[in-house]
Design a protein around this ligand. Sequence first.
Ligand SMILES: Cc1cc2nc3c(=O)[nH]c(=O)nc-3n(C[C@H](O)[C@H](O)[C@H](O)COP(=O)(O)O)c2cc1C
Length: 368
Amino acid sequence: MEAKAIPLLTPYTMGRFDLSHRVVHAPLTRSRCYNNLPGEHVALYYSQRASKAGLLIAEATGVSQTAQGYPNAPGIWTKEQVEAWKQVVDAVHRKGGVFFCQIWHVGRASTYDYQPNGQAPVSCTDKQIMPQVLKDGTVEEFSTPRRLREDEIPQIVSDFQLAARNCMEAGFDGVEIHCAFGYLIEQFMKDSVNDRTDKYGGNMENRCRFALEVIQAAINEMGADRVGVRLSPYSNCLDCWDSDPDALGLYMIDAMNKLGILYCSMVEPEVIKVDGKVQIPYKLLHFRKDFAGTFIVAGGYNREEGNKAVSEGYTDLVAYGKWFLANPDLPKRFELNAPLNKYDRSTFYTPDPVVGYTDYPFLDLSSV
Ligand SMILES: Cc1cc2nc3c(=O)[nH]c(=O)nc-3n(C[C@H](O)[C@H](O)[C@H](O)COP(=O)(O)O)c2cc1C
């Protein structure tokens, strides 16, 4: 098979980062960081997927003890966690990769078991998430949250700031603020959840205030040219949706432009199949047009749709989730148009440090 310069494999300059291609590792929770610490197997996972000047975004990483809500998810609020991340970052950098850490707080998507002293998870509201039926049929339940008092919110903002500082200390090249999928920041942003009457609730400006304070805090630590933001205005995960997602997305983009944010990563609301082939109907085009920085899309992309989206100027970069977790050498496989390993959903979140994690095979280059 002969290598061709396909659009996904062309270089792209993202601010201070000269990327050699446009195939990004999407943030992927893998539930393998025992005691919230990324171990050697995590370093191996990311280094397998690192390529020279390729962008990887690490899985959602908690900014504090109250930020946690899922088994074996990493954190970056203690010295021990920072030390653990250093070996992961070093492993990626040794391969020449550019590595961002996604920082999050789950808010009400948690249970008493994860919270300090078994206290209630915190949120902008005291409304509980309804039990969620997952793809495998299991039901996920969450505890009743406690509404944060207005005077407690600066502490959460400063937890994000400390996490950003810790990311820099661990050697990450930047952070991605997780403002998507129904977690704490989105709980504040969207009007199906936010029922506050103070300056953090009500109109769009108030609902986005917390997000923008967090983003500003990260900027204060590392500069806007190292801060990316993930948004999913159209999603309704965890009972979190907005009555006007277009206005919400555009409001955030306008604010992020003023702050000079490095990149905006957005999740496609719709993927369709025509004659059995995946098609992305470019529902994010108006956001892409308005955003001044680097635009990253994710959700349902394959090689063909990724190439098309880049060549038509719909996006700068494409983040791949499921295909990247199953194909450590995804950019190489795209370059060679080689077959892909299938992903195994049953091991997405299992705790084994090898199976379904670092044991997906590389392409046998002698056979291509
Ligand atoms: C196993 C798994 C874990 C995920 N974890 C995260 C996460 O930690 N943070 C996040 O923003 N998105 C997460 N996502 C969403 C992905 O980043 C991505 O947007 C999604 O998988 C769609 O892209 P794909 O069709 O290429 O897989 C996760 C998805 C999967 C499948």
